[in-house]
Design a protein around this ligand. Structure first.
Ligand SMILES: [Zn+2]
Length: 723
């Protein structure tokens, strides 16, 4: 108690001295260990890995394809080398056994696998075409306490497309059914037990934490479960320092207070159980966490209704529009005069992040208010089920007229995103064709009932083919017509073109001219709202679904990664009545759109991961700070980006490239200098914030298989989506 009071005084003093503290008032906080579990790293001694199961995935860190089912599930290795990570609590000699078979075809040469553990060569195994078991001895010296990496190098790899009638381009080596560490006791993973934890011997829970002076671990009771003799080890590792043991004792032990060593802002606290049996640990972390939050699950909460007028709602989405294409977001060329004028009469969110880097998951997030992992719409052959609740359904229930006009075929009815729209039109028309239809709908609607109108134009999407007069307005010298006929994806891949400054400059101009085109037609719709006298009766949300890479990383397009150019979007909201035009610097995301709209028109909602931006729109307060999490999930890709106070962590996993982790500083706006190796524990902290954020809104099963028309798939292929 005394120490908490002292902490608070010290923090207040620091506040007075520094004069400003962006993160709010200091507070002394006590967080139960169980509440920290959502962001924690859980390790358990591994005795077996069953390939093709969800439990195996965390072990397959590099060079593995997707899960496949046969008589027995298996996973192919992809590329010349693959790697498995596993945890050992006490190193000793053991035997490695596994069952596998080689990729086989007519005339296939023999296959071999070279095994190495943490860099120690273990030997070579010959692998045949039928499933067979193999055994390799592992000396104690090759193992280490904690994380171990087993590397498997293949004698040959072959893509099925080269040797058979197949479109499969994966460089396959060997398929694995299972792998066992014989002689190693496997342990269960740590888990929550009441407010505390159950930690089986051979397992470890790692908390990545901010470490303000005074942070301490309060252990109220450390019990042993059953008849074993478990021992608790508490270890701390600060950034740039070796790990050190803070305490070690056998259970039971009634009470202990363990201070976290000061002097370094971030570190990893490990609670490790050795011996036999399992520990039950009741305790919490306590300290002043104003500087940086502890990674605790951010549980979605319902919001009661507030006062709000039944205003019309216009959601206006321009596909593939980067924030920096707009003058009001810093574009020096005058590409977006109508949007710039609109922003001057609205609230512009300077730091808005897409929830994913392509249309389907981002749009589904806007329309359902759920995270991509929550709604689950990630591939073309899925659609939202009727269990999903959309904004259109909620507003229609409230008597709204609902209409959607989209020029992106991804939003076809198969996607299930049509739920709740009375009028739903999806095609491929540019904005000059789409907008008159929207105006017709406005003219024909019932003027006595409010409406939800969703407009989705696609002009800035590749191919960049804007009207010539818009190009001429941005750049006096003409563009070589040959540049208009290139196919960026294929020509770059085949090396038919190389991107020099001239080509890049031309493509940027064409892209900006497409933004001008989108800008013009947005302006036409605003003019019509004014002419109809409903501009001041309509909440207008202008935004994009994702950005676009313009060769920042050597490519073009989107849906490929979660870097800044793919995620920074414009978000401009006009709330008539309470409107105070301004620029809001606080970071916001797609998730916030739905709760904001409901809040502005006075409707309650159930638990949702997004926040209402109403206070920011009224000019009465910034949105509550929290980490932003974007996701890119495909059959063979699982990427996550966590942004917090301008720092950004990207954790990427792909079948082709394995697992990668990158960390970028706020000053590095282009995300070019990876700091993950220099600051691994801070990167771990951002990872914990991301895990905790996702844990607060667990996935629901809201998708089912859906088939798209071959003609639609053809069009989508032309846009670079379907394969
Ligand atoms: Zn899109």
């Amino acid at each position: 108690m005394r120490s908490a009071l002292l902490l608070r005084r010290l923090a207040l003093l620091a506040l007075a001295v520094s004069g400003c503290q962006p993160s709010g008032p200091p507070r002394s906080e006590t967080v139960a260990l169980a509440d920290l579990l959502a962001g924690a790293e859980l390790l358990a001694a591994t005795a077996k890995i069953d390939f093709g199961t969800a439990a195996a995935r965390p072990h397959l860190v590099r060079g593995w394809s997707w899960d496949e089912s046969g008589e027995e599930p298996f996973v192919w290795s992809v590329g010349p080398e693959s790697a498995i990570r596993f945890h050992v609590s006490r190193p000793h000699a053991l035997e490695l056994r596994f069952r596998c078979f080689a990729f086989h075809f007519e005339g296939a040469p023999a296959q071999s696998v070279d095994l190495a553990l943490n860099g120690h060569a273990l030997g070579r195994v010959e692998v045949g075409q039928g499933p067979a078991e193999h055994a390799v001895p592992v000396p104690a010296a090759a193992l280490r306490a904690g994380a171990n990496e087993l590397s498997l190098s293949y004698g040959r790899t072959t893509a099925p497309e080269r040797v058979a009638a197949s479109a499969d381009r994966r460089a396959l080596g060997v398929a694995f059914h299972w792998l066992r560490f014989v002689g190693l006791d496997g342990a269960a993973f740590p888990e929550a037990a009441g407010d505390g934890l159950r930690v089986p011997a051979g397992s470890e829970v790692g908390f990545y934490l901010p470490a303000p002076d005074g942070l301490h671990l309060e252990l109220r009771a450390v019990e042993r479960e059953g008849t074993g003799s478990p021992v608790l080890e508490v270890a701390w590792q600060a950034e740039g320092e070796p790990p050190r043991t803070l305490a070690a004792f056998a259970a039971p032990r009634p009470r202990a207070e363990i201070p976290i060593p000061p002097g370094n802002p971030f570190g990893r606290l490990a609670l490790r159980a050795t011996g036999t049996g399992a520990l039950r640990i009741d305790g919490s972390l306590a300290g002043d966490t104003a500087g940086a939050p502890l990674p605790v699950a951010d549980h979605a909460e319902p919001r009661p209704p507030r006062e709000g007028k039944r205003l019309n709602v216009l959601l206006y989405l321009v596909d593939t529009l980067r924030a920096d294409a707009l003058g009001c977001y810093g574009q020096p060329l005058p590409a977006t005069r109508r949007l710039d004028a609109f922003a001057a009469d609205a609230v512009l969110f300077e730091s808005a992040l897409a929830q994913s880097s392509w249309t389907l998951p981002s749009t589904a997030t806007v329309l359902t208010g759920l995270r991509p992992a929550g709604h689950g719409l990630h591939t073309l052959d899925q659609g939202l089920t009727p269990d999903a609740l959309t904004l259109a359904e909620v507003l229609r229930e409230q008597g709204y007229q609902t209409a959607a006009f989209s020029s992106n075929l991804l939003l076809g009815r198969e996607s299930g995103l049509d739920q709740g729209f009375e009028h739903y039109a999806v095609g491929t028309d540019p904005a000059d064709v789409l907008t008159p239809r929207v105006l017709d709908w406005l003219a024909a609607r019932d003027p006595d009932r409010p409406f939800l109108l969703y407009v989705h134009t696609i002009d800035p999407h590749w191919p960049y083919l804007p009207p010539a007069d818009l190009v001429a307005r941005l750049r006096p010298e003409p563009i070589d017509p040959a540049l208009l006929s290139i196919d960026l994806r294929d020509d770059l891949r085949t090396g038919r073109i190389t991107v020099d400054d001239e080509l890049l400059g031309a493509l940027e101009t064409l892209y900006l001219a497409e933004a001008s085109f989108a800008d013009h037609w947005f302006g036409v719709l605003l003019d019509e709202l004014r002419r109809l006298g409903i501009y001041d009766e309509t909440v207008i949300v202008f935004f994009s679904d994702h950005g676009e890479e313009l060769h920042e990383r050597g490519g073009f397009g989107h849906g490929l990664h979660l870097h800044a150019e793919a995620l920074r979007i414009p978000l401009i909201i006009r709330w008539p009545g309470a409107q105070r035009p301004r620029r809001e610097p606080a970071p916001v995301e797609h998730l916030d759109v739905l709760p904001t709209v409901l809040d502005l028109i006075g409707l309650a909602h159930g638990p949702l991961p997004g926040r209402s931006l109403r206070a920011a729109l009224a000019g009465s307060g910034a949105p509550r700070e929290r980490p932003l999490v974007a996701e890119l999930l495909k059959v063979d890709v699982a990427d996550r980006a966590v942004q917090w106070r301008g720092f950004k962590l990207i954790e990427a996993f792909s079948v082709e490239r394995g697992a990668r982790r990158q960390l970028f500083r706020p000053e590095d706006v282009g995300e070019l200098e990876d700091m993950a190796r220099a600051r691994p524990l801070f990167a771990g902290y951002l990872g914990a914030l991301g895990r905790a954020a996702l844990a607060g809104s667990p996935p629901a099963v809201l998708v089912a298989p859906a088939e798209r028309d071959e003609s639609v798939l053809e069009e989508l292929r032309a846009l670079g989506y379907a394969r």
